[in-house]
Design a protein around this ligand. Sequence first.
Ligand SMILES: Cc1ncc(COP(=O)(O)O)c(C=O)c1O
Length: 473
Amino acid sequence: MDLQLTIDERQGLTVQLYRQLRAAIVEGRLAAGQRLPSTRELASQLAVSRKTTLEVYEKLEAEGFLAGHGAKGSFVGRGLASSAGRRPVSIDIVPASVWRSVPEALAMPRAGADLRLDFRGGVVDRRIIDFAAWRRAIAHAVRLQARMPGTYRDPAGEQELRLAISRYVGMQRAVACQWNDVLVTAGAQHAINLIARVMVEPGDTVAVEDPGYPPASQAMRTLGARVVPVPVDGQGMIVDAIPADARVIYVTPSHQFPLGMPMSLERRVALVEAAARRGAVVIEDDYDGEFRFDGRPVESLKSLDHAGVVIYVGSFSKTMFPDLRVGYAIAPPSLMPVLLKARQLEDWHGCTLTQLALGRFMLEGDFARHLRRAQRIYARRREALLGWIGGALAPWMEVVPSSSGIHLTALLRGTSEAGMVAHAARLGIGLHGIAPFHAGGQGPGGLLFGYAGMDVDDINAAMSALVSELGSQ
Ligand SMILES: Cc1ncc(COP(=O)(O)O)c(C=O)c1O
């Protein structure tokens, strides 16, 4: 028989020949029992070495695709007889229906995209991290790792890091806890998912802020929760509007996402009371509350939690960098064992190397040094931006007062979000509207300015160009 095989000179001959023969057998173009040319014949037919054809036949034989090769020739194995002759059809695999309502993953910047004049949220400035100190921490972690037994580790995370986090949140966020109250996660989003997984039964009511952070509500939805958007006002979530049957309440009290105001003390007290009355848990997502700029330090909601209903969630995505993928949850003791089970069933535990390095970085004081430096630098950027919004841009927008976090939000006056974003795009400036954060995509127009990744000169350049453009309309 004559085999029609195409060989691409640029790729490995053995791999190509193997793949093509295997595909021909699997797709039924070569039927079970059919004789193949001998290795010598095939080698001369394709002008390749006999060693190549022999190697391929041996591999196919070992996998059961060919039966015996030798003097009598080689034959297609019979094991595939039932599927032989079937053309490959691509079957549409149908995932659970809930995933149809989950939108695409959050838009990521294109690789190589110029972020210099882009005010997208969640971006930090990697240039201000002391990578020499981080390298030392990694080297320390490798030394520790080399001495570890060849086993899995604790799903709750490395003790060094848990200790460092417990001290840090105790000092910085007034969260009183011991090292073993800390569950290390792969970021705040992972913590929110784990909590959802252990708390939500299909049909349960989950209250979220409106406007709010979509990935948190989407995580709840995928587990069958009935997600109820609860409006926020200048003091944060309106506690009286939380449904009576809410089992989980998700809030961002330090720096409401996306608007930016802190939740008032009165509302915080009311929220803890309301949760305790309902037997609900409150997820406090403190995603960037450590950057505090003016006014009285805003303490965590968890510090007011006399009833043990608040699960505090923190992240290193803003204090270090987002791709570090480390966050944590500090849960009431009654919930910890089940969270650990869930973590173990998910991925056993996070990356030991990263955790050991971060623990070292914190315990050596490098993290605190970095935070002080970042705070100083970000404060200057924030001031610059506030100057523009409150000054030359005041005819078009008004900032939402906030005291912490690495983004500012301004509500628009008499101009549309889409129009603003389009004007800016023409100038090569990335502006981002808050419409996607409103339930139903509708609400007062506004812009979310992530400023941490831009230096003052870039902020000034972008804003002055925007002002000229808007002024010339
Ligand atoms: C409100 C809010 N929560 C959680 C996260 C996710 O944080 P992480 O990267 O730790 O998963 C973000 C990220 O920007 C956020 O804005």
